[in-house]
Design a protein around this ligand. Structure first.
Ligand code: 9UX
Length: 72
């Protein structure tokens, strides 16, 4: 099964910020696809729920110096 998730991200100020997040999150086990939209302050992800949690992704983005939370 695949879970489609949208996250709100704060703290991005340039295109390289979005690229950093895409690269780091895209390397995580269980992330099938990630696309970060700088203008919308959001990320769209496809996850394998048995391999990764949204909390792990939020934590990773936090380590990079941004803040992320799942958008409901
Ligand atoms: Mo450019 Mo985005 O230095 O932090 S990567 S502002």
């Amino acid at each position: 099964a695949v879970r489609q998730v949208v996250m709100s991200i704060s703290g991005m100020t340039c295109a390289a910020c979005a690229a950093r997040i895409e690269k780091a999150v895209g390397r995580m086990e269980g992330v099938q696809d990630v696309s970060v939209n700088l203008a919308l302050n959001s990320a769209s992800l496809r996850l394998q729920p048995h391999q990764i949690t949204t909390e792990q992704i939020e934590h990773k983005i936090g380590q990079l110096g941004y803040s992320a939370q799942v958008r409901n």
